[in-house]
Design a protein around this ligand. Structure first.
Ligand code: SAM
Length: 283
């Protein structure tokens, strides 16, 4: 996971408050005066100071999916208040915290130690700590570790507070223009071709937009498998490197997807969300 820096040339230990101040001065003066914007940010900070962040709670905090600026003010507040941050990878989260001037105790909470670490977190919450749970990118427990920890905390009768924010699936859906009343989040397909094709076949007549996460080395194969399962006419949105420097959103019919992938080697690089439009309604 690599983050797109806020300002590539700035120092990595800048503090959030100067960031908010510079946001105020960067506002388009035609639409909002800088002082109005700055006043609004100051009153938001006051409001946040009055909000309650109970101790003895687990905070499930969404973090950026690439662009470091995509973090909420509330997430920063919770990270600043937390007694410790449970992270998928402490090096990765360390970078994020350092970028916002936060020096925090971190410990690893990943798919290989989730059960054991859940007990440790329950004990710390019982002792009154605030623990923030983050994954490497986006929303914890969405194709990421976290659900077992949350489950253990709920079972222990302790509070869990979601701090909403980025998720690649939702970002792609929001910019897809694929109209459906439902979406079905599948995440990563099985890596074995036969199992993948079985899953795709079971989805062929779904009335929901289908949401897949995919790795770059499998993107071409997965698009070809989708074409076989859903037909060449079904539309797909290929959302690549969302929120990052080389972000691309390409919508086409599945039958044209291979040509787009082959047109530029960069089209197979980076992180991907694929959205396949819902099956046409039956007459
Ligand atoms: N928890 C994350 C979320 O809320 O979206 C998902 C984590 S999952 C391990 C990582 C996968 O999410 C990537 O392989 C890719 O399919 C998708 N993803 C994450 N960041 C992305 C981005 N910036 N652009 C496109 N896809 C992304």
């Amino acid at each position: 996971m690599s983050y797109l820096p806020l300002h590539p040339t700035s120092h990595p230990t800048s503090h959030p408050i100067p960031l908010l101040t510079s946001l105020a001065t960067a506002t388009d003066s035609m639409t909002t005066s800088a002082s109005n914007f700055s006043d609004s940010l100051a009153s938001l900070a006051d409001e946040l100071a009055r909000q309650s962040f109970p101790s003895g709670a687990l905070y499930v905090v969404a973090t950026p999916i690439g662009n470091l600026a995509d973090i909420t003010v509330r997430a920063l507040k919770v990270l600043a208040l937390a007694d410790a941050v449970a992270c998928e990878d402490t090096r990765n989260t360390g970078q994020l915290l350092a970028r916002y001037g936060l020096d925090k105790t971190m410990f690893a909470a990943h798919q290989h130690n989730e059960r054991e670490v859940a007990q440790k977190i329950v004990e710390r919450l019982r002792a009154g700590d605030r623990i923030a749970l983050v994954s490497d990118a986006g929303t914890p427990a969405v194709s990421d570790p976290g659900a077992r920890i949350v489950d253990a905390v709920i079972d222990a009768g302790l509070p869990v507070v979601p701090i909403a924010g980025p998720s690649a699936a939702i970002a792609a859906l929001s910019a897809s223009g694929l109209v459906a009343d439902q979406f079905h989040f599948i995440g990563f397909l099985p890596s074995k071709d036969k199992q993948r094709d079985t899953v795709l076949a079971s989805l062929a007549s779904s009335a929901a937009t289908l949401v897949f996460y995919e790795a770059p080395h499998r993107i071409a194969d997965t698009l070809a498998a989708c074409e076989r399962a859903f037909g060449a006419e079904r539309r797909v949105l290929i959302a690549r490197e969302l929120s990052k420097l080389f972000e691309q959103l390409h919508r086409c019919q599945l039958g044209d997807a291979a040509a787009w992938i082959d047109a530029d080697p960069n089209h197979q690089r980076g992180e991907f969300v694929l959205l396949v439009e819902a099956a046409p309604a039956k007459e």
